[in-house]
Design a protein around this ligand. Structure first.
Ligand code: NAD
Length: 283
C-alpha cells in the first residue's frame, strides 16, 4: 500500500470506555461523502463513536467544518480528516482517494451519501440541474467505488453503503433527476454486490423516506411552488402523507442501520436495497 499510515494514537490516555479494543469498528477507516451536514454527519459521528477513523467530505463553511472535525476526533478518540472534493468532479474524487490511501492505506467503509435535490416539472427542469444531480447522486458513486475497491480487495474486507432513498424504489412527481439517480444507485448496488461477493466486501443501499435535514427543508418551498400549495400543506399533505407512521425518519435511525451494515454481523447482507421509510413502500 502506498505511503505511510497515520501513527497509532495512544489510547491508554483515554478512559476505559474510549479504549480502542472496545470499539466494533476500531482500526477501520470510513469515508462518508457529503458529511458536513445532515445524514452524512450523523453517520460519521456514529462510526467515530464505534472507533473508526473518519474522513469527512462536503461543502460548507471552512471554520464550521474544522470545528466539527476537531470535535469528532476529540470526543471519540479517533483520527478525523476533511477532504473537500467536489463529488461532481471525477479528478477531485481520484485525488481524495490518493490522499486517503497515503494516510490510511485505503478506505474500509465507503458511504456514498453526498446528494442534492431539485424539484420541478420535467418540461421546466433545468438541464444543468439534471446534470448536477446525476453527477453527484449517481456518477460519483461509480467513481468512489472503483477507487475504493483495490484496497478492500487486498484486505479481503470492505463495506460499501449507499444512502439511496425511498425514491430508489418508488417515484414522486417533479423529481425526475433525483428518482432516476436513486433508481440507478439501486442497480449499481446490486451489480457491484454480485461482482465482489466472494471478496469479503458487501454493498448495500439504505432507502430512507423523509428525514428532516437541510436537503428536505430546502425542497419545501420548491414543492409548494411546483404544486401550488402552502409550505405547511407540503409538510402534512405531501411529505408526511407518504409515510404511514406520520413521522420523519431520524438521522440516528439511518446511522444505526449504517453501523450495523458495517459490522461483521452483517457479512451476509449484500446487494440489499433496504427501506427505512415508516411503511411508505408498503403501500
Ligand atoms: P444535506 O443537504 O443535509 O447533506 C448533503 C451533503 O452533501 C452535505 O454535506 C453537502 O455539502 C454535500 N454535498 C452536496 N453537493 C456536494 C458536492 N458536489 N460534493 C461534495 N459534497 C456535496 O442532505 P441530507 O438530507 O443529509 O442528504 C444526504 C443523502 O441522503 C442524500 O444522498 C439524499 O439524497 C439522501 N436522502 C435524504 C433524505 C431526506 O429526507 N433528507 C431521504 C432519503 C435520502
Amino acid at each position: 500500500m502506498r505511503g505511510t499510515r497515520h501513527p497509532p494514537l495512544d489510547f491508554r490516555r483515554y478512559p476505559i470506555h474510549l479504549q480502542r479494543e472496545n470499539f466494533m469498528l476500531a482500526g477501520k477507516t470510513a469515508l462518508i461523502t457529503g458529511s458536513t451536514s445532515g445524514i452524512g454527519l450523523g453517520i460519521a459521528e456514529q462510526f467515530a463513536r464505534a472507533g473508526a477513523n473518519a474522513v469527512l467530505n462536503g461543502m460548507g463553511d471552512a471554520v464550521e467544518i474544522e470545528a466539527t472535525r476537531k470535535r469528532l476526533g476529540e470526543t471519540h478518540g479517533v483520527v478525523v480528516r476533511f477532504q473537500g472534493a467536489d463529488m461532481s468532479r471525477p479528478g477531485a474524487i481520484e485525488a481524495m482517494f490518493r490522499a486517503i490511501g497515503d494516510e490510511f492505506g485505503g478506505v474500509d467503509i465507503l458511504v456514498n451519501n453526498a446528494g442534492i435535490q431539485h424539484v420541478a416539472p420535467i418540461d421546466a427542469f433545468p438541464p444543468e440541474k439534471w446534470d448536477a444531480i446525476i453527477a453527484i447522486n449517481l456518477t460519483a458513486a461509480f467513481h468512489t467505488i472503483r477507487h475504493a475497491l483495490p484496497a478492500m480487495r487486498q484486505k479481503r474486507w470492505g463495506r460499501i453503503i449507499q444512502i439511496a432513498s425511498a425514491h430508489a424504489l418508488v417515484a414522486s412527481p417533479f423529481k425526475s433527476a433525483y428518482v432516476a439517480a436513486k433508481h440507478g444507485i439501486a442497480g449499481l448496488t446490486k451489480t457491484v454486490a454480485l461482482e465482489v461477493a466472494e471478496q469479503g466486501i458487501t454493498v448495500n443501499a439504505i432507502c430512507p423516506s423523509y428525514v428532516w435535514t437541510p436537503l428536505v427543508e430546502k425542497q419545501v418551498p420548491e414543492t409548494a411552488k411546483a404544486r401550488g400549495i402552502s409550505e405547511t400543506e407540503v409538510i402534512n399533505n405531501v411529505l408526511l402523507a407518504a409515510q404511514p407512521t406520520k413521522q420523519f425518519v431520524t438521522i440516528e435511525q439511518v446511522a444505526a442501520l449504517a453501523d450495523f451494515l458495517a459490522s461483521d454481523a452483517a457479512a451476509s447482507i449484500t446487494g440489499a436495497v433496504l427501506p427505512v421509510d415508516g411503511g411508505w413502500t408498503a403501500h
